[in-house]
Ligand binder design. Structure first.
Ligand SMILES: [Zn+2]
Length: 214
């Protein structure tokens, strides 16, 4: 079976990825996926070095606009595709995205539990259509926040979304990748199987080889 190599990045600039060494180390990567809370220049750098498609969702710390040296404002990494609320097919993989974290203050890229339910429900018709057309709903959900109760925190900033649990039960993506939760303790769990979905905390980066359905 064919497989696709994806470089996932999240939450923290990794020195060896933000250097020319990335070309040697990751030249076989087919796709780059950003899970949020990263400077746009970092994603653009990786994109320019590896020259493969970049998909991303915003994190709660992302600015609505980042300013370039010449004063130009950009709303995301130039050349990348914002996956929030959309489904894109890349290398025959079906990817959907849901940006942001739980709402804990004023600002963008934050949602209440109810608002995230609405985001998930807005995706649902497209997922059902995928099932008809491709025989499966979704391969990878790219999120910034973890699901409720999985890799999430007790505090109000890091609590996960309940709607993601329903999405996984109903649409059975093979992967849910997320960031938002920084991992400092090597004993902390970063991979959890939930029903048919492998939930993976990407912080600060992971390379996964994912099988592509025929
Ligand atoms: Zn975050």
């Amino acid at each position: 079976m064919k497989s696709v190599k994806i470089l996932f990045v999240s939450d923290k600039v990794v020195d060896h990825l933000y250097s020319s060494k990335i070309v040697e180390k990751h030249k076989d990567v087919d796709l780059i996926v950003g899970c949020g809370d990263l400077p746009y220049y970092y994603l653009e750098f990786i994109l320019s070095m590896l020259n493969v498609p970049l998909l991303y969702v915003h994190g709660n710390h992302d600015p609505q606009q980042e300013y370039l040296a010449d004063g130009t404002a950009i709303a995301g990494p130039t050349g990348g595709a914002n996956l929030h609320g959309r489904i894109l097919k890349e290398q025959n993989l079906l990817l959907a995205g849901l940006e942001g974290s739980i709402r804990y203050k004023d600002g963008c890229f934050q949602y209440t539990q109810k608002e995230m339910w609405l985001n998930v429900l807005a995706l649902a018709p497209k997922l059902w259509l995928n099932k008809l057309v491709y025989g499966r709903y979704l391969d990878i959900l790219v999120a910034h926040s973890p699901p409720y109760g999985i890799h999430n925190g007790e505090d109000r900033i890091h609590v996960g979304f309940r709607a993601f649990l329903w999405l996984m039960k109903t649409f059975k993506p093979r992967y849910l990748v997320h960031g938002h939760r920084h991992v400092y303790n090597p004993a902390e769990i970063i991979e959890t199987q939930f029903e048919e979905t492998k939930v993976i905390n990407i912080y600060p980066y992971r390379v996964l080889e994912i099988e592509v359905p025929e």
